[in-house]
Design a protein around this ligand. Structure first.
Ligand code: SF4
Length: 361
């Protein structure tokens, strides 16, 4: 068994990323086999429970209200809509449902109460429940844990240095603070990033340093390839090459051996062979469903055919951690505190974000 290290340096990670590809693949696949069942891949379903109209200026995101994209926004879904979608996902082989809301941060009130009820409902379907709702306080994390949340997703997106080129409405340290708040509960941490936003290999390594030096390391790390959406500041970014994706997955696997590495956005542009190489390099989760929040994703039948071709099995729920016990709202130990935390607003200038927000459709 390789030991888990929390003292990785950027130089070490760059050296791994740049190894001859066959050496990199061999090392990553060996570590993967020491820590995971190599022919098992988790299928997760990502549900956009509240789409669009977000106040943030994340340069990659079509859900920002600042950019002129074709995204149709919607109000928060109802609990019964979410339950129906979760049941459909379960019958399609998903063991995890991740619910995403286009919010800067969670605000105590009826909408958060509704999300807590969604968490209770899905946990009772014996599926792993994950939420990605923006920044949360410690008390909000405790309320989610009590409802039965299994994982909280909060991506670092990129390195601390490059973060300033992507987002001006919040700081990198806010991301770390939310992860710390989640860590005060039994909820597992899901945090990763996006490649193909114009960042350098140093930035990719910088993001992995930030994740791998967390102690404990995140239980789950999604690696996304940018889907460049028209109208966003990153609409002209070049597609990520499969080799970059394979290198990023393999490097993530080597520096975080026990983590579930998630092959996330951008699979539509990957061949079946390219995805197979990512699985070999240590990816052991995919997102299923025609859409990934708002961007296209392979359909579940095609994914299942690929699994059959490769001899892969979908992972059962609660293999890594025990299923949380749901506490009903009426028995809750934690009340809404109505906090107004001071999440930062750096407000520095990112020219291309401003240009995109000024453009007419
Ligand atoms: S990534 Fe999240 S926080 Fe950023 S604009 Fe999109 S929905 Fe808002």
């Amino acid at each position: 068994m390789s030991n888990i290290r929390h003292n990785w340096t950027k130089e070490e990670i760059i050296a791994i990323y740049n190894k001859p590809l066959m050496d990199l693949l061999y090392e990553a696949a060996t570590i993967h086999r020491e820590h995971h069942e190599p022919n098992v891949v988790q299928v997760s379903t990502l549900l956009s429970i509240k789409t669009g109209g977000c106040s943030e200026d994340c340069g990659y995101c079509p859900q920002s209200a600042r950019y002129h994209t074709d995204i149709e926004g919607n109000e928060l879904m109802t609990v019964s809509q979410v339950k129906a979608q979760a049941l459909r996902a379960k019958s399609g082989g998903s063991s995890r449902v991740c619910m995403g809301a286009a919010w800067r941060n969670v605000k105590d009130g009826p909408e958060f109460d509704q999300v807590l009820e969604m968490v209770r409902t899905i946990n009772k379907l014996d599926m792993e429940v994950c939420c990605t709702l923006g920044m949360i306080t410690e008390n909000q994390a405790k309320r989610l844990a009590e409802a039965g949340l299994y994982a909280y997703n909060h991506n670092l997106d990129t390195s601390e240095d490059y973060y300033k080129e992507v987002i001006s409405t919040r700081g990198f340290e806010d991301r770390l603070q939310t992860i710390e708040n989640v860590r005060k509960t039994k909820i597992s941490v899901c945090s990763g990033g996006i490649i193909g936003m114009g960042e350098s290999v140093e930035d990719r390594a910088g993001m992995l340093v930030a994740l791998a030096t967390l102690n404990p390391q995140p239980e789950s790390v999604p690696i996304n390839a940018l889907v460049a959406v028209e109208g966003t500041p990153m609409e002209d970014e070049k597609p990520v090459e499969i080799w970059e994706m394979v290198r990023m997955v393999a490097t993530t696997r080597i520096v975080m051996p026990e983590t579930q590495v998630r092959l996330s956005a951008g699979r539509m542009n990957m061949s079946r062979e390219g995805q197979a190489m990512c699985f070999f390099a240590g990816a052991n989760s995919i997102f299923a469903g025609d859409k990934l929040l708002t961007t296209p994703n392979p359909n579940v039948d095609d994914d299942m055919k690929l699994f059959e071709t490769l001899g892969l099995q979908p992972q059962k729920p609660f293999i890594k951690l025990q299923q949380p016990i749901t506490v009903e709202a009426s028995d809750s130990e934690f009340v809404a505190l109505g906090e107004k935390p001071k999440w930062s607003r750096p407000g520095h200038i990112i020219e291309k974000n401003i240009e995109a927000s000024m453009k007419n459709k």
